[in-house]
Write a protein that binds this ligand. Sequence first.
Ligand code: C5P
Length: 226
Amino acid sequence: MTVTPDIPVIAIDGPSGSGKGTIARRVALALGWHLLDSGALYRLVALAAGRKGIAFDDEKSLALLAASLNVRFGSDQDGNEQIWLDDEDVTAAIRTEDAGIGASAVAGLQAVRDGLLGRQREFRQEPGLVADGRDMGTQVFTDAALKVFLTATPEERAKRRYKQLKGKGIDVSLPALSRDIEDRDRRDSERSVAPLRPAEDARILDSSSKSIEAVTQTVLDWASEL
Ligand code: C5P
C-alpha cells in the first residue's frame, strides 16, 4: 500500500448533522476519489469496547483496541456503505445515537486518537481522498489541498439527524436528539484533545439554508480551483 503526501486530500470537518458525511460522499463520487468516514472509526471503537466490556475511561485497553480493530469498509450492490467488524455487518449498529455518544467519549482520549491516526492516513490513495470528520484539517491531513468547515444551525442539524435516523427505522425523539447534539457539540469543542474547530486555512461553509446539491457544487467549485 502506497501512502504519499503527493496525493491530494479534501478535508471536510464540522459538527454532527452539518451534512459533512453526505457532502463528502458526493464530492468523492463526483471526483472518483476515495472516501474516509473517520467518525465511523470512533464509533467502531465504542461499539467494540461495549461488546468486550471495556470501560470508556480505560485508555490503555481502548488504545490497543483502536490500533487492532479488524474493520472492513465496502458497499452493497446498490452502492450503500457497509462496514464489517471482524465478520459482523455493523453498518446499522454504529449509526445509533448510543454509538455516537460512545464515540464522542472515546474520541476524547489521546491514546485512542493516536491508535487511529495511521489507519486514517492509509486511506490516502491515488487519485485522491475526501476525508470527513472533526480534525481532518487540523490534525490528520494538515497538508490537505482544500479544507472545508461545514456548519449549520443546531436546530437544522437536529432536524436532519431526526429525518436521517427515522429514515433508517431508528426510533428517536426530536427534543432528545437536540439535547444529544448540544452535549456532543460541547464535548467535541471543549475537549483538550483535538477539539472541533476550523483549521486556520479552512473555508467556512454554512449549509443551513442550502440544498445538498448546492453545497456539493460549492465544494467541487473550490476543488476545481486547486
Ligand atoms: O461524525 P460522527 O458523528 O460519526 O462522529 C462520532 C463522534 O466521533 C463525534 O462526536 C466525535 O466525538 C468523534 N470524532 C472525532 N474525530 C473525528 C471524527 C469523529 O473526534 N475525526
